[in-house]
Design a protein around this ligand. Sequence first.
Ligand code: MSP
Length: 523
Amino acid sequence: MPSETGAGLSGTQRIYVTTPLYYVNAEPHLGSAYTILICDTIARFYRQRGYDTFFLTGTDEHGAKISEAAAAAAEPPKAYADRISAAFRATWEACGLTYDRFIRTTDQDHVRTVQEILQQVYDAGDIYFGSYGGLYCTGCERFYTEKELADGLCPDHQSKPTWIEEENYFFRMAKYQDRLRAALDERPDLIRPERYRNEVRAMLREPLEDLCISRPKARLSWGIELPFDDRFVTYVWFDALINYVTAVKELGPERFGALWPTANHFIAKDILKPHAIYWPTMLMAAGLPLYQHLNVHGYWTVNGDKMSKSLGNIVRPLDMQARYGMDAFRYVLLRESVFGLDADFREGALVTRINADLANNLGNLVSRTLSMQQRYFGGRVQPRIDVRPEDNALERAYDDAARQCDEQVRALMLSRALEAIWRATDHANKYIVETAPFTLAKDPAMLPRVGTILHILLDSLRVTAQLAAPFIPETSARIVTLLNLPPEALALPGPAWGEAFPAGHTVRAPVALFPRIEPHATT
Ligand code: MSP
């Protein structure tokens, strides 16, 4: 867990979070958005807890797949990559994501790092020249063994791989098979969840082949030139994986040394083999420590179908943002999926979720609390002078939520963390019904008790905003603004209950955080 092993000698806790580098042959969609939203949530979570965090995303721009896509668009590969990479960047920026660097595999520092590592591994004798024939899937940008194919087709793209036979450079991957097996035995959570670790162990029961890491320029020129032979470019996966090192190496040796061992890669199951086999063996050959965790999630379908241009069912993050708001989209993706398992996206289910959890549960808690505060006290927060057991019970419900939320996020169970927070908001809504401040307020003698109940509810809103901030950051910021507190009120740990609102503090009048959506308006 990052909290345990992410502590450096100085005592500072750190975490380095990465998304895959997205290929520039398609625009951002639900699938690419899901991984980056998880990473954004994780990065915000640790940042809020005072960790030194670094969050990386970017685009993967070399190789046959991109070269073919550029040719189909009748553009030179670099111009094409510039255009699509910019579209990714613009989308992620509009989504309010908090990455520290957007890396492109065409960036000069990356080209340099790839060439340095190639030269180092070549000098150490782990790269040799040879000839090889095999079945290649351009969609995956990798060779397949007969065994991995399903009826002779690539299992991911359902297309027939092409036979490629040529002279190339090879990385002695087989040499590292035993060391990789041992690493998986020693570190049971290196790859998580466990089902993917098991898949990798099964792959390692077969002898590993060496990895072909070059392409002759005569066939493919769109890539990083090998530093030791200018007739070849680097194989796109060997190039792209190194991005994870490039980005932190650029921060200087000290920060690199501290951050690199805390690397948490987030990917979907489609690219397990390159990340679980190629990458750790490459790191071993380059003399670098392995990443801390490879975190593997499942695949999203849309109404039960694979997303595809031909089916016309691609879900675009900016469309979702325009229709429902970014926080609602984030909330639903994170709440409706279990990390590691596949999930299905249905817009009808999204609307039901938004209405139930955001408009009704959270939205009502905010609006009822703030409107009573306004009605009975002109927004002025009252002292807690008459605290009763039901008040302490609500505080305890929030303490439980905070503890569970912490545990669940560290274990990547983001939906469970959200459930824990929403159990507390449920409790707060029931508390309003049971303590009935709206009835008590009819008796002027009971106003001090009403003031106390509302003070406790305002603290509930504050803590809800804190706990929910990594998941629905805009909403948390809005709640804190309504409470008339500074943005730092979201940092953890915050003040104790009863100590967040100075004497005479005034909160604002309510606004609807999430308007109810009429289900028929969506289909
Ligand atoms: N360029 C490589 C990765 C190189 S990393 C050094 C690549 N790119 S990709 O554009 O195809 O992105 C694949 C990733 O996008 C998946 O691993 C996942 O993170 C995300 N997803 C794409 N479609 C997805 C779904 N339908 N569902 C969930 N995630 C999906 O592979």
